[in-house]
Design a protein around this ligand. Structure first.
Ligand SMILES: [Fe+2]
Ligand SMILES: [Fe+2]
Length: 265
């Protein structure tokens, strides 16, 4: 099974670049075209938040149009801190089946079960899970203890060393970690938000942070590092599941590069 994870599209209303320099709508379309061209095709696409840059209704309508045009496989979305729950519901409701007050739901009809979790705090850049969402997570995991499961949420629970981003990670007083640690069928935690490809561990579970399909957060691990963006190669993750060996996660670049060339001695 192949699951493509795209993240941090930061789409805007038609014709407006994000942060004045990033043509996020065109970059999203290029990323979707790259996903559509993959062979074998992914079985599922998940988009892990910051779908829009400023929560604009027009951005969600354009995103729904692009999903419908390019992605023929099932596609699921969750919000990020740049998103607006109310404005997402109309255009993107079909990609959040079962979402209620919060935009969380599970996907049950695939070899790997997916839990799509809403980690946003409206008006705030950091993430947090209230009692309602922790209960949803616990109930979802308890409902299928024997099925391999991946958890998708926008905010990573780990520190990355990019300090201005770590200050807006998922805040957890230990309740989230305790739930994760209780459910060994959880095989991966997949996030966005950092706009860089990063892997780590949380409560014994591998964490993958996907690169943005648009701009990157500048690579700077120094104290007081500047909070700037860069235009490194955009990409996405392709999580490959094999029942007898688990997940292997590939980074795929959107743009094409020179090659392929044969291996010659
Ligand atoms: Fe983002
Ligand atoms: Fe974010």
């Amino acid at each position: 099974m192949l699951i493509a994870q795209l993240t941090d599209l930061h789409m805007r209303e038609r014709g407006l670049p994000a942060n004045r320099v990033v043509e996020t709508n065109a970059l999203t379309e290029r990323a979707f075209a790259a996903v559509a061209a993959l062979r074998p095709a992914p079985d599922v696409v998940v988009i892990s938040g910051d779908l829009a840059d400023r929560g604009e209704a027009g951005a969600y309508e354009l995103l729904a149009h692009l999903i419908g045009h390019y992605l023929l496989m099932p596609c699921y979305v969750i919000p990020g801190n740049h998103d607006d729950r109310a404005k997402m519901r109309g255009p993107l409701g079909r990609y959040m089946p079962g979402a209620d007050e919060f935009l969380h739901f599970t996907v049950e009809d695939q070899p790997v079960r997916l839990i799509m979790l809403d980690s946003i705090v409206p008006g705030q850049p950091h993430g947090a899970l209230c009692a309602t969402r922790l209960e949803f997570l616990e109930a979802s995991l308890s409902a299928a203890p024997d099925r391999p499961t991946a958890l998708i949420l926008h905010h990573p629970p780990i520190n990355t060393g990019i300090i201005h981003m770590d200050e807006m990670k998922l805040l957890d007083d230990g309740a989230f970690a305790a739930i994760i640690a209780r459910h060994p069928q959880l095989r991966g935690i997949w996030c966005g938000h950092i706009h860089r490809t990063i892997s780590g561990m949380f409560a014994g579970v591998p964490v993958n942070i996907a690169p943005s399909a648009a701009h990157t957060v500048s690579f700077d691990l120094s104290e007081g590092g500047s909070a700037t963006l860069a235009l490194e190669p955009p990409g996405f993750l392709l999580h490959r599941w094999q029942a007898d060996s688990g997940f292997a996660t590939h980074t795929v670049f959107v743009e094409r590069y020179a090659g392929p060339y044969p291996f010659l001695g």
